[in-house]
Design a protein around this ligand. Sequence first.
Ligand SMILES: Nc1nc2c(ncn2[C@@H]2O[C@H](COP(=O)(O)OP(=O)(O)O)[C@@H](O)[C@H]2O)c(=O)[nH]1
Ligand SMILES: [Mg+2]
Length: 212
Amino acid sequence: MNSKEKWDIIKAEFVTSAVKPEQYPKPALPEIAFIGRSNVGKSSLINSLCRRNQLARVSSTPGKTQTLNYYKLESKRTIDAVEERANFFIVDLPGYGFAKTGKANREQWSGFIHKYLSGSEELHLVCQLIDIRHKPLDSDVETYHWLINNGINVNIVLTKADKLSKNAAQSQKALFKKELGLDDSRIITYSSSNNSMRGELIARIMANLGAE
Ligand SMILES: Nc1nc2c(ncn2[C@@H]2O[C@H](COP(=O)(O)OP(=O)(O)O)[C@@H](O)[C@H]2O)c(=O)[nH]1
Ligand SMILES: [Mg+2]
């Protein structure tokens, strides 16, 4: 397969922020949502996927984003001189598990997110991001089970893979596979610093959009 035969993201733009269903963008498009603890590297991953430095804001003060942020992406591949294009939304969800927000804040978070996740008719996949250096944390494990129990497709993305040696990254991946009961098709390591596994994550996103 030459490189043009693989899906690539060729265009990305911020569309809108929403805090309630009336604000979800129209017309609708298929959606891929990104979720994870604050500071896990979600904004960096979105920028890496889109090859843009500042599409999503990278922050060193976690816990700021409290809205759903919609980005419209266009992907393209060319097979035997036939060009295919696909449009979809990436939905950046607010981070969870930020210790400094109080209980009321956490409940507001979960009500808002649960409503989106259980209500969206366009949601094809949730990429749940977990920092590869951490051990499985309650908030990550609980979120994963909540998603699965609600019939949502989930792919775990272990972020910041460049911070560990290859061996250490592989053993962390094995640990998460065991803890969450996953096979290789549902978990991926990623580095937004060197874009490792970018092509593979795009391929998985496209497969979940129905474009194998
Ligand atoms: N080394 C490394 N640092 C990363 C990576 N992804 C994010 N970071 C850093 O982690 C911090 C939080 O990243 P950000 O994308 O804002 O996380 P978010 O809160 O989940 O959106 C920032 O300082 C980033 O530079 C990565 O793949 N490798
Ligand atoms: Mg962010």
